[in-house]
Design a protein around this ligand. Structure first.
Ligand SMILES: [Zn+2]
Length: 431
């Protein structure tokens, strides 16, 4: 080789700056402190640079300027456990017209975006069409990382069939299975077929039910679900497609089996024990958990005069109470072993419930500072979403404000730490 030609990238014309957000104090999604007032240089939907001066070689004649007036700018918020298509209770959804469900999901997606959540991970439900319409700019809503159907064994957390189903209908898929909310599988072949079907439709990650759940009426909480070989098959099929598996699991047994099979994130984990949390830390698994939904707010005693609960309702309530009882210990263990705690709300059903989404911030103050919680909802969640690799379809990282990242940003009026409440005795929580 003779004299080296300059690298191709050096010859490329610098991207024109289209927006400059000036006089901004930046929370970058990772560090707890804010920058001094500075400028964010943006080209279309990506951040080019953060600093007082224009990046070298930048072309700026057509740039718009937005003076943030010394306000705080944070990355767009991320919720990694939502169900955008679960717009009502599961039994109600079974009897709703699918177009009506989508109409409600469309309105809800816009409301989610206006709460500041610019990205969400869907952990069960047919949101592929909703995502496409948002990505195309047809409607307004957050970026969606869809899982498609929850892959579950018969008698698993994704098996929402009634007691009457089965013998009467020959085990046919119910409405939730037909519409892509859940996929019922038994045996490695069926697991592979269901996982690959979600990937074909555009799933950015796979969600398995690895143990009992609260909302499934016939499902005991302590049941361990999917055999090792079924779970490993799902992990391999996802990895071959460049992505990963996350599991619904509360108990040590179901968590351990899933982690040994190679899953990269776990949902809930409220009944975890110390050895299992240690394992989670060693393997670098994300704990995508919820404080608000499991703080007891949804299990208040019935109003006087209401009819006595049925046996099925008592069963579900007892499961919810058991999970709630584990919340504090789980969070303390997560802190002790410094695991990556992601921010997800799992608030689904009517819009009145989904609107409570920001309460997750305040519900975490018992264990974390405001800056830590804000990092969980931005930088940590962005790191989790990176596990989808190129399946994400977005060209830059999310949840951080840095060169190359997607320019999802919020200009916040007032002090964002006070969105939750900062502690005067711990000044590091206040900005
Ligand atoms: Zn969920």
């Amino acid at each position: 080789m003779g004299s080296a030609a300059p690298p191709v990238a050096a010859q490329a014309a610098p991207a024109p700056i289209t927006l400059v957000v000036s006089n901004a104090r930046v929370f970058d999604g990772r560090r707890p402190e804010l920058t001094a007032p500075t400028s964010i240089w943006i080209s279309d939907d990506r951040i080019v640079a953060i600093g007082a001066d224009a990046p070298a070689g930048a072309v700026t004649p057509t740039a718009r300027t937005l003076d943030a007036g010394g306000r705080v700018v944070i990355p767009g918020l991320i919720d990694v456990h939502m169900h955008p298509l679960v717009v009502a209770g599961f039994d109600d959804i079974k009897s709703m017209d699918a177009n009506y469900v989508m109409a409600r999901a469309t309105a809800s997606a816009r409301a989610t975006l206006l709460r500041g959540f610019t990205t969400v991970r869907d952990l069960g439900g047919p949101s592929f069409g909703l995502k496409q319409a948002i990505d195309e700019g047809v409607i307004e809503g957050p970026r969606i990382f869809p899982s498609g159907a929850i892959v579950s064994q018969t008698a698993g957390h994704g098996d929402f069939r009634s007691r009457a189903a089965g013998a009467a209908d020959g085990g046919r898929p119910d409405v939730l299975e037909q519409r892509g909310y859940t996929a019922r599988v038994d045996g490695v072949d069926q697991v592979l077929a269901a996982v690959r079907e979600q990937l074909r439709l555009g799933a950015t990650q796979i969600k398995l039910a690895a143990g009992g759940g609260i909302s499934t009426p016939l499902n005991p909480l302590d049941s361990v679900q999917l055999l090792d070989e079924e779970m490993r098959a799902a992990v391999r099929a996802a990895a071959d497609y460049g992505t990963y598996v996350t599991v619904h699991a509360y108990t040590p047994q179901s968590l351990q089996r899933a982690i040994e099979a190679g899953v990269r994130s776990v949902e809930h984990a409220h009944l975890v024990d110390e050895p299992t949390m240690k394992l989670i830390a060693e393997r670098g698994v994300f704990v995508s958990t919820q404080a608000y939904a499991f703080s007891g707010v949804f299990s208040r005693p019935a109003a006087p005069g209401s009819p006595p609960p049925t046996a099925a309702q008592l069963f579900v309530r007892a499961k919810a109470e058991r999970v709630q009882a584990g919340l504090d210990r789980m969070m303390l263990l997560a802190k002790k072993y410094r695991v990556k705690v992601a921010f997800g709300t799992d608030l689904f059903g009517t819009e009145r419930v989904v609107t409570l989404q920001p309460r997750e911030f305040g519900a975490r103050l018992k264990w974390f500072t405001s800056a830590e919680i804000l990092s969980q909802a931005t930088g940590v969640n962005g790191e989790l979403l990176e596990l989808s690799g190129t399946r994400s379809g977005y060209p830059g990282p999310l949840g951080i404000l840095a060169p190359g990242a997607m320019a999802d940003l919020l200009v916040v009026e007032g002090n964002p730490a006070r969105m939750f409440r900062c502690s005067k005795s711990r000044p590091e929580t206040c900005w």
